[in-house]
Structure formats: structure tokens, C-alpha cells
Design a protein around this ligand. Sequence first.
Ligand code: UD1
Length: 417
Amino acid sequence: MDKLIIEGGIPLHGIVTIHGAKNSVLPLMAASLLAPGVHQLSNVPCLRDVVTMQKLLTHLGVESKLEAATLTLNSNSLAANDAPYELVKTMRASVLVLGPMLTRWGKARVSLPGGCAIGARPIDLHLGALKQMGAAIDIKEGYVEATAEKLHGANITFDVVTVTGTENILMAATLAEGTTVLKNAAREPEVLDLADYLIKMGARIEGAGTDTITIHGVESLSAGQHTAIGDRIEAGTFLIAGAITGGSVTVENCPSQFLESLIEKLREAGCKVEATENRVTLNASQKLNGVNITTTPFPGFVTDLQAQFMALMTLANGTSVVSETIFENRFQHALELKRLGADITLEGRTAIIKGVKKLSGAPMMATDLRASASLILAGLAAEGTTTIERAYHIDRGYEKIEEKLLKLGAKIQRKNG
Ligand code: UD1
């Protein structure tokens, strides 16, 4: 299994071009199930999760090819209507095929995702909404079996904000009969990006990007072309890499408006941050101060940057408090960070971090995608050598991360075995 080896303590300097957003590309790929023809998606990174979604779509009969960040998907025929456990267990976002398959073909069988490293992550809200739209849903042998001759519009209020739940129902509603209104919908930029593509395909959608989305069902949709938005999590991770190493990093190709809550916290900690429309530059020449963060749905502080921000706080002056309100078990990185000398106390969904003068390199184990990013950041700042086992987690969401870090001056290499 691959491991990453980092010689820390080098301030990073330079410019990073940010790739397309993983969390946009996955639902955009699922949207190809809604219309026959050739869909063309640009700004698509080569990530493990994208490859997993390609495998799932191939299984369903959608042929795809990724070349030079352009993904073509040909969805003329349907070969199967099930999302098997083997694929869903490695990537929960596989559940995004449920809404499109059900609304276009009236039938879908999707493995239940089960638990994952960061929490229970049920899909009850996806299923409840589909039932409101007229679907019959059975759970058999670990699979959701959904059928509906024709879904109909409904007024749906989500109990909690769910990103893939909003996206699944948004896609299902495009071909349903009548009007669907989604309340307490996710406002994440990736939801808006999906809606933008669906509209290009012929869908009638109003209010995407707000907490109320109205969808008027249409008879059919057609394949189109779309460019995915920049990945705000990759951009945020590189900005924090600049901050934690006391360097200066510019990220390009990601709208700075997606990063506002992070930028605010980085400034509060003492970083100098300049933002224009599509470019953010961070300078961290002084020792940073501890600040508190609480993860919330967009536009609040994103849970997918919580682990990385915690790594930053381990070296800040004073005490900081990190509250995780989205996932109940998203602190596994804290235990690994302690191995480098970080002073972190966990109390339920809160982490109390007392800044230390230095971290010292050590062997660590990546447990999930964003946790592995946090460990890399800590390794970049630590004195001496840090080894991160199970590096494959990072490849789910970051394309060529070590190459990008090398260009910024980091000493990092990947080794097999
Ligand atoms: C998406 C993102 C993930 C991000 C998360 C929160 C993708 C592919 N993944 O995941 O990177 O960390 O949003 O921003 O876009 N919930 C329920 N019942 C449901 C659905 C969700 O109780 O049916 C709960 C979850 O357990 C969690 C909260 O709602 O506590 C938010 O989860 P959700 O937004 O659905 O996360 P994902 O869409 O899986």
C-alpha cells in the first residue's frame, strides 16, 4: 500500500491551479442517467471517486472516457438498474444514481451505504422524499428497491440540510409530473452547479443556491456540455498548507466567494489574505493565533475543511475550540495529530486544542479522505520525517497532491509498500 513520506519544516511558496470540484463532478456524472446522448463535462479531475463513479455508470450501461480533464459519457441505453454493494461501500456518493434511475426508468436497486469512518450517514431523507413523490420503497437484503410508474411533484421539507439528498431529489424531480418544492435545501455551490447543468439539459428549476428550490417536471431532457466549478476543499487545503508552514500560497481557478468562511477564520488567526474573483493569496509571516470554528452547512465553515483547520490550530498561540455539528465521528485525525505532539482534548463533538511550539514528525495512519489531508498538513509543518500510511485515501479527492506540493517547495514522496 502507498505511503507518503514528508520532511517537514519548509515554508511553502507559489501558485496552485485548483482542479474541478469532486462534489460537483460526481452528481454531474449521475445526471447523465437522466438523458440519452453524449454528455461532455470539463474541468474533471482524475480522482479515485471519479473512477468509482465511472465504474458504476459502466455497470449501468453509460460508457465514459476521461481525457485531458474532459469526461464524455454516452448514456444511450441502460444495461442494469442496480448499484452494487462493492461500489457503494467504497463511495457513498454512489447513492446519487438512485433519483435519476428511478425517475427515468421507474426502477432502481441501490445498496444501502452502511456506516462510514466519519459517522452513520443514513439516507432516510432521500428515501422519505422519494416516497412523498410516489415511489414504493422496500429494503431487501441490504438494498433499497425503489419503483414508481411515474414520480409526481411534492412539497418536501428536509429535516436536516443534506447535500446529496438535495441533489438526488433535484434530479428525480426534473422528470416528475408536476411541481416539486424542496425546502431547507442545501445551498452548497455544488448543488447550484448541478442545477445549472440540469437547466442546460432542459430542466425547469428556480431557486437553486437558496434554501427553497422549485422544480417543474418536464417530459424529457437532452445531453449537454458543462464545466464543473473549482474545488473549494482542495483550494482551502492549499491555503492552510501555506498558513501552517508560515509561507505564501496563491490558489487559482476557484471562486473566492466559495471560500469566504475559511478566509474570515484565516484572517482572524493572523494570516494576510487577498481575494479577487478567481484567485486567493495567503501570507503567513507571523505566528498565528488560535480561533474557534463550528462546522455548519454552506455558507458556514465546511466540515470537509475541519480536519485541516484543526491541524493548523495545533501550532497557533493559545486555545482554540473546534465544534463539529455535521458528522458525529469526524475527529479521528485528532488522535493521529497527537502522535506528532499536538495537545488536543476531545469532548463529544468538540475538540479543544492548546497550541504547542512545535510538532515532531512520526508515523501516522490516514483514516478517511479529509483526515489524510490534515495529516499531510501537519507533516509539512512538523520537524523531521512524517510517514502517512494508507495514502490511497487522499487520492479519492486530491489529484496529484504530492506533485502540487513539490512545486510549492515541499519535500514529499510516495512509496509503494
Ligand atoms: C456531502 C459531501 C461531503 C460533505 C457533506 C457535508 C458529496 C459527494 N459529499 O455528503 O463531502 O462532507 O455533504 O457537507 O457531496 N443525513 C441524514 N439523513 C439523510 C441524509 C443525511 O440524517 O438521509 C445527515 C447526515 O448523517 C449528516 C448530515 O445529514 O449528519 C449532512 O449529511 P449530507 O449533507 O447528506 O452529506 P452527504 O451528502 O453524504
